[in-house]
Design a protein around this ligand. Structure first.
Ligand SMILES: C[S@@+](CC[C@H](N)C(=O)[O-])C[C@H]1O[C@@H](n2cnc3c(N)ncnc32)[C@H](O)[C@@H]1O
Length: 250
C-alpha cells in the first residue's frame, strides 16, 4: 500500500511517498520511503525514523509540537518537579513541546481557575509560534549579557530551570558531546543564580565522559542528582537527562 506523507523539518514541509510493509510490534505499520528525489542519505534516514516513530505519531495525536514533550512528561512523572503555581525557565524551547507540558503542569494558562497560576518562560535562538500561557524570548543563551536581560524581565527567582538545548550536530561524536556539555554546564551555573531554594534543574546531556564532572558540581548544590533516560528518548541516541532536585542555598 503506497501513501503520501507530509512532514516538517526545520520549518520546511517535506512530502514523501511511502510504502507500508509489515505489521510492527508497536502500534504503527513499518514504512519504507519510495522516493529519493535527490535527498541525502542522512535526510532519508531521518524521514524513515520519523515515519516509524510511535512518539512522533502520538505527539501529533495529542497536539504536542514535538516528540520531545514525552521526555519531559516522563521526567515529571518520575520526579514530580512541576507543580501548579511554579515558575519555569525552558532553555532551548523550540518548537515548544516542553513549553506545552510546562504550561499544563504549572497551570500557567490558568486552565484550572481555582488553582495557583504558574509562569513559564521559553528561550531559543529560533522564533516559534506562541504557546498559550508561555512567554517566549528569542535569545542566545550564550550571549554575554543573557543573565542581565533575564533578570530584568523576571525580577524574581524561579522554581525550575529546564534545558533541552542542543547545538547542531557536527557529525563528530566527541565534539558534539563537548559542545552539549558546555551548554549544559553553563545552564547549571545559570540555574545556581536564578533558582529558588528547593528548586530543580533538568538538562539534556550526552554520554561520553564529561557528564560525570557536571554531576559532581551539581551534587554540591542539590540534595539529589540522578541520570535518567526516558523511554521516549531514542535508544540509539547517547542522550540522557541529568535531574537535580532540591537546590540548596549556600
Ligand atoms: C532539541 S531542541 C529542543 C526541543 C524542545 N525541548 C521541545 O520540546 O520542542 C534544542 C533547541 O536548543 C536550541 N539552542 C541551541 N543552542 C542555543 C542557545 N545558545 N541559546 C538558545 N537556544 C539554543 C536550538 O535552537 C533548538 O531549538
Amino acid at each position: 500500500m503506497k501513501k503520501k506523507y507530509s512532514l516538517k523539518k526545520n520549518n520546511q514541509k517535506i512530502s514523501v511517498l511511502v510504502k507500508k510493509t509489515k505489521k510492527n510490534t508497536d502500534r504503527s505499520l513499518k514504512v519504507n520511503i519510495k522516493t529519493a528525489k535527490g535527498r541525502k542519505l542522512s535526510s532519508t534516514n531521518w524521514l524513515r525514523r520519523q515515519l516509524n516513530d510511535p512518539y512522533v505519531k502520538l505527539a501529533k495525536e495529542k497536539g504536542y509540537r514535538s516528540r520531545a514533550a514525552f521526555k519531559l512528561l516522563e521526567i515529571n512523572e518520575k520526579f514530580n518537579i512541576l507543580k501548579f503555581g511554579d515558575s519555569v525557565i525552558d532553555l532551548g524551547c523550540a518548537p515548544g513541546g516542553w513549553l506545552q507540558v510546562a504550561v499544563e503542569k504549572t497551570n500557567a494558562n490558568l486552565d484550572q481557575l481555582n488553582k495557583k497560576k504558574g509562569r513559564v518562560i521559553g528561550i531559543d535562538l529560533k522564533p516559534i509560534l506562541s504557546v498559550n500561557g508561555a512567554e517566549i524570548l528569542v535569545l542566545d543563551f550564550l550571549e554575554t549579557n543573557f543573565e542581565e536581560k533575564i533578570g530584568e524581565i523576571l525580577n524574581y527567582k524561579v522554581d525550575n530551570v529546564l534545558s533541552d538545548m542542543a547545538s547542531n550536530s557536527t557529525g563528530h561524536k566527541k565534539s558534539d558531546h563537548l559542545r552539549i556539555m558546555a551548554l549544559c554546564e553553563s545552564a547549571a551555573f545559570f540555574a545556581f543564580n536564578i533558582l529558588n531554594e528547593g528548586g530543580n534543574f533538568v538538562s539534556k546531556v550526552l554520554a561520553g565522559g564529561a557528564e560525570m564532572e557536571l554531576q559532581n558540581i551539581l551534587k554540591k548544590k542539590f540534595d539529589k542528582v540522578i541520570n535518567f533516560k526516558p523511554k521516549s528518548s531514542r535508544s540509539d541516541s547517547s542522550e540522557k537527562y541529568v535531574v537535580a532536585l532540591n537546590f540548596k542555598k549556600d
